[in-house]
Design a protein around this ligand. Structure first.
Ligand SMILES: Cc1cc2nc3c(=O)[nH]c(=O)nc-3n(C[C@H](O)[C@H](O)[C@H](O)COP(=O)(O)OP(=O)(O)OC[C@H]3O[C@@H](n4cnc5c(N)ncnc54)[C@H](O)[C@@H]3O)c2cc1C
Ligand SMILES: *[C@@H]1O[C@H](CO)[C@@H](O)[C@H](O)[C@H]1NC(C)=O
Ligand SMILES: *[C@@H]1O[C@H](CO)[C@@H](O)[C@H](O)[C@H]1NC(C)=O
Ligand SMILES: *[C@@H]1O[C@H](CO)[C@@H](O)[C@H](O)[C@H]1NC(C)=O
Ligand SMILES: *[C@@H]1O[C@H](CO)[C@@H](O)[C@H](O)[C@H]1NC(C)=O
Ligand SMILES: *[C@@H]1O[C@H](CO)[C@@H](O)[C@H](O)[C@H]1NC(C)=O
Length: 531
């Protein structure tokens, strides 16, 4: 299966030492021990370019080679690998006092690398050592620290129970810290909503370095960090989640059709039916250009990758009655435990040990540029045909169309900061990916330009006014304003695309808790100006 979780590449990158700004760095480094608990010494958590560990650590959780190897991106003055909450608290207090910017990284999957790059002098607070997961099956809840990955969460749930799961992302190396606060969708979205719909409490470090929970932060902040991006409001230390029930056996399939095999008609039909089928069924549509095995000609292969929370026979009844055209057969179906299905979705072959879920880092990085859309209307057949032509022309590209509907229709849009609830058929990502041998960083501008062409070609079909985008698929093209400079007029543009009607409420919450805009990046939420 084509996924970024399963791509090969060897990393080339050099760290250029930042020599300026020594005084604020020195100030920051001297401040840290004074503001952390001496019973948990912070010295071993501090890495500057002088430490041999620095470069390896910098690259370890940085997923996109387009960002990592870009010569125009500067590197942090220091990386703080917090081993204790007090280290993260000290990083906030000291960054504020010494005027260095703080970037927060959990799993490093940010599509634009905002967790590990900045245009102004900055330090990275790296959360990957804070990754404990405490599951209580009796109350069906768990506390998960920000640095844990989705794979670790799935593994640990399965160790305790074979009838529980959690609705989160499909890639198993995502950091819980970033992933949840941008919403977090996965293949149980139609049954249980997003990750944040199943979050019941949180521990967050605020701008003063104080740890707050749901009660002490208040419902406004708790609302904002569920979908508004944690990074504008503080540092997520841990989330408390409510586990969901899954059957002992779920069914997965991956049925593929090329253009000759009627892919266009099927993709057209999928748009109409996938958001309306049983909540237990999630079928992702994944078109990509390939060369036809029989004649070498270019074609489009559309994968219908599905998950059903139940046995195969019941799944076939559902598809036969509602999506006959797919012609799903029992022999296409694979029954397995829920935890095994997480490996299937991450692209691992049948029979892969579930210990693989504990591999925290992708060793197969690629260069990529992704853009996203939400769709409220069906793309007509001629639109699909235009799209296929463009995909074949681009070559190194795949799309994922993820159906909404089901539970997503039921959750009120005011419940969390996620605006895209009822009335959306599916969300899409367009990903152009390439390797060093396909041009590496030198080819980045050309590939990014192609992604913009594709995006503008789809404008007439996607949601509009505003044309919406998914925060977890971060895209700086939709508007951004430099690392240090959150201009309200600019923020309003990307803010409306990500958060639609919720943008203003988010800026009011921001004004309440971080009026000086300490927690910021190129697409953060600015405080509502007081005129
Ligand atoms: C291969 C791949 C597959 C993906 N699949 C899915 C998917 O199935 N579903 C989905 O919803 N998304 C998916 N994503 C997107 C992913 O959810 C986002 O990139 C998410 O932000 C990643 O979180 P992270 O902690 O790994 O990344 P980071 O790069 O560490 O962080 C992302 C953002 O969150 C901020 N942040 C990180 N940690 C914290 C914290 N502790 N407190 C406050 N702010 C923090 C960062 O500063 C940054 O702005 C995928 C991404 C990739 C690369
Ligand atoms: C990095 O180097 C400094 C100065 O030599 C040292 O105090 C610190 O402990 C080192 N960090 C790590 C993680 O070893
Ligand atoms: C390959 O495509 C060309 C152009 O569309 C067509 O003429 C040719 O018949 C195709 N080859 C096969 C073997 O189908
Ligand atoms: C997957 O593996 C199981 C047992 O490990 C086997 O029964 C099943 O047939 C396999 N499925 C496929 C599609 O290979
Ligand atoms: C931010 O936006 C404002 C208003 O458009 C502009 O004047 C300023 O130059 C921008 N700053 C950066 C760093 O892009
Ligand atoms: C960043 O912004 C702050 C004020 O918000 C200012 O004091 C500082 O000089 C700016 N730094 C750079 C490098 O622009």
């Amino acid at each position: 299966m084509m996924s970024l979780c399963s791509k090969l590449f060897i990393l080339f990158s050099s760290i250029s030492l930042v020599t300026s700004q020594h005084s604020s760095l020195d100030h920051f480094l001297q401040c840290l021990p004074l503001h952390s608990n001496p019973s948990n010494p912070i010295a071993n958590a501090i890495h500057t370019p002088n430490n041999a560990s620095f470069q390896h650590l910098y690259e370890l959780h940085a997923v996109n080679l387009r960002i990592l190897s870009s010569p125009s991106k500067s590197k942090p003055l220091a990386i703080i690998t917090a081993r204790h909450a007090s280290h993260a608290q000290a990083a906030v207090v000291c960054a504020k006092r010494s005027g260095v910017q703080l970037r927060i990284r959990s799993g490093g999957h940010d599509y634009e690398g905002l967790s590990y790059t900045s245009d102004v002098p900055f330090v990275v607070l790296d959360m990957f050592n804070l990754r404990s997961i405490k599951i209580d099956i009796v109350s069906e809840t768990a506390w998960i620290q920000a640095g844990a990955t989705t794979g670790e969460l799935y593994y640990q749930i399965a160790e305790k129970s074979d009838v529980h799961g959690f609705p989160s992302g499909i890639c198993t190396t995502l950091g819980i810290g970033g992933h949840f606060s941008g919403g977090g969708y996965g293949n149980m979205m139609r049954k249980y909503g997003l990750s944040i719909d199943n979050v019941v409490d949180v521990r967050l470090i605020d701008v003063d370095g104080t740890i707050r929970n749901r009660k002490t932060m208040g419902e406004d902040v708790f609302w904002a960090i569920r979908g508004g991006g944690g990074t504008s409001f503080g540092i997520i230390l841990s989330w408390k989640i409510k586990l969901v029930r899954v059957p002992r056996k779920v069914t997965v399939f991956n049925v593929q059709r090329t253009l000759d095999q009627g892919a266009t008609d099927l993709a057209y039909r999928w748009q109409q039916i996938a958001p309306k089928m049983s909540k237990d069924l999630f079928i992702r549509l994944q078109p990509e250009p390939i060369s036809d095995a029989t004649n070498g000609n270019k074609t489009i292969r559309v994968s219908f990758i599905g998950q059903f929370l139940g046995r195969a026979r019941r799944l076939i009844q559902e598809t036969d009655s509602k999506f006959q055209e797919l012609d799903l057969q029992l022999s296409d179906c694979n029954e397995m435990s829920w935890v095994e299905s997480t490996l299937f979705w991450a692209g691992y072959p049948n029979g892969t040990s579930i210990d693989t879920l504990l591999q925290r880092v992708q060793d197969n990085k690629v260069f990529f540029k992704t853009k996203s859309d939400f769709y409220k209307k069906v793309i007509p057949k001629q639109g699909l045909e235009m799209l296929w032509e463009l995909l074949m022309e681009i070559g190194n590209v795949f799309m994922q169309l993820n159906p909404h509907g089901g539970r997503m229709e039921e959750i009120s849009e005011s419940e969390t900061a996620v605006a895209q609830r009822a009335g959306y058929l599916f969300k899409t990502q367009y990903t152009i990916h390439w390797t060093e041998s396909e041009g590496g960083i030198g080819a980045a501008d050309g590939y990014v330009e192609m992604s913009r062409r594709l995006y503008s070609a789809m404008a007439r079909y996607a949601s509009s006014n505003p044309r919406e985008a998914f925060l977890n698929y971060r895209d700086l093209d939709i508007g951004s304003n430099g690392s240090n400079d959150t201009d309200f007029a600019v923020a309003r543009v990307y803010g409306a695309k990500y958060f639609n009607q919720h943008f203003l409420r988010l800026t009011r919450v921001k004004a309440m808790v971080d009026p000086d805009n300490f927690f910021k990046n190129e697409q953060s939420i600015p405080p509502l100006p007081s005129y």
